[in-house]
Design a protein around this ligand. Structure first.
Ligand SMILES: [Mn+2]
Length: 363
């Protein structure tokens, strides 16, 4: 852990874009994880930015409050994570770029505003991590990413809803049809994309690979991540996470809750072997999942993680003991040899598998 700033208001005062700072969690200028709040993209690896839109929802609005709520909730993420002793900001230059400016009274300007916002960040070479906002924002964000990385992109999509319902009105702002439009516009390739956690019916999934919530419950997160990686291969991939992928027990304030979702137990898990940046993003993802369970906020927007990165989780010991996944129950105690066990983090530290634990996911 490196400390590079004097205590307090490190969103304003920090001089290094890496490392952590000393802050009172209950005070100070808010930024995502207390990162530097700046529009300067020089030398930035990851720019975190909010898109506070909720005029595309069909049920309950409120996601416009999401980016600000996440910043307020993320004050407790300003330190390395157990059990690794390090975090993404030790290795990556991460900033809070602030929010995309939107005019809710001029909805016809929203698409272009978001595209231009993302375009500016991506042009710098930084990876964009976006905080929503309702899920419509993914359409202009896909547009900007496809412009940068080439189309079609692959999509990894966590959600209760497919969001591929038909909509041929180019002017509509709809949080349930943006992937229909993205496929029709060639922004994403359904054959190399996967939707995970789906549990709402759609007459036409447009060729998307769907790992429904029932499939994930039956087969586990390990199988789901392996299947998803197999589908996506080594193509550029955009990852988007709708909070309603989780069961409403854990995120009841979401706009369109659907019962039967996954539990959000935090997951100290092995790092992904597919991308050098995965460890940090996985860390970020697991920390945010923990926040979802501990901070009662009215809305939890989705996270959009950058291309070529995955943030799959695996059930962890404490979480599994506390909240067994639905329909699955607790699996037997781990009896695997160290070389075979997923719990490589523990192995790294102890030289042997933590057999006291319980693994819930079939391997
Ligand atoms: Mn949804």
């Amino acid at each position: 852990m490196s400390t590079t700033v004097t205590p307090g208001d490190s969103a304003l005062t920090r001089t290094s874009l890496k490392g952590y700072g000393k802050e009172n969690t209950f005070a100070g200028v808010l930024s995502f994880m207390r990162r530097k709040y700046t529009k300067d993209l020089t030398g930035v690896d990851v720019a975190v930015s909010g898109v506070p839109l909720d005029i595309a929802t069909t049920n309950r609005p409120g996601a416009r409050l999401g980016p600000a709520a996440i910043r307020a909730a993320a004050v407790d993420l300003n330190w390395p994570m157990y059990p690794w002793g390090f975090g993404p900001c030790d290795r990556l230059s991460v900033i809070d770029y602030g929010d995309c400016w939107l005019d809710p009274h001029m909805p016809q300007t929203v698409f272009e505003s978001i595209v231009q916002h993302a375009r500016t960040i991506l042009a710098s070479g930084a990876t964009l991590l976006t905080l929503g906002g309702d899920h419509y924002i993914t359409l202009p964000l896909l547009y900007a990413h496809a412009e940068k990385f080439g189309k079609p992109l692959s999509l990894i999509h966590f959600d209760a809803h497919s969001d591929t319902w038909a909509d041929d009105d180019v002017h509509s702002l709809n949080h349930g049809t943006m992937f229909y439009k993205a496929i029709k516009q060639g922004l994403i390739d359904p054959r190399s994309s996967v939707q995970i956690g789906i549990r709402t019916w759609n007459e036409d999934f447009l060729g998307m690979n769907v790992l429904g919530a029932d499939w994930v419950h039956a087969n586990g997160t390990g199988a789901a991540s392996a299947k998803a990686l197999d589908i996506v291969g080594d193509r550029p991939v955009y990852l988007t996470f709708d909070i309603d992928c989780l069961d409403p027990a854990y995120a009841p304030g979401t706009g369109t809750p659907v019962s039967g979702g996954r539990s959000p137990q935090p997951s100290p898990s092995r790092s992904c072997a597919h991308c050098s940046r995965c460890t940090s993003l996985e860390w970020m993802s697991s920390k945010l999942r923990r926040l979802m369970t501990t901070v009662p906020l009215p809305r939890w927007p989705r996270l959009i993680l950058p291309p070529r990165c995955f943030a799959f989780s695996r059930n962890n010991v404490a979480g599994a003991a506390r909240v067994p996944p639905r329909g699955q129950g607790l699996a037997p105690r781990c009896t695997r040899r160290p070389d075979d066990c997923i719990n490589t983090r523990m192995m790294d530290r102890r030289g042997a598998c933590d057999n006291r634990g319980i693994h819930t996911a079939p391997l």
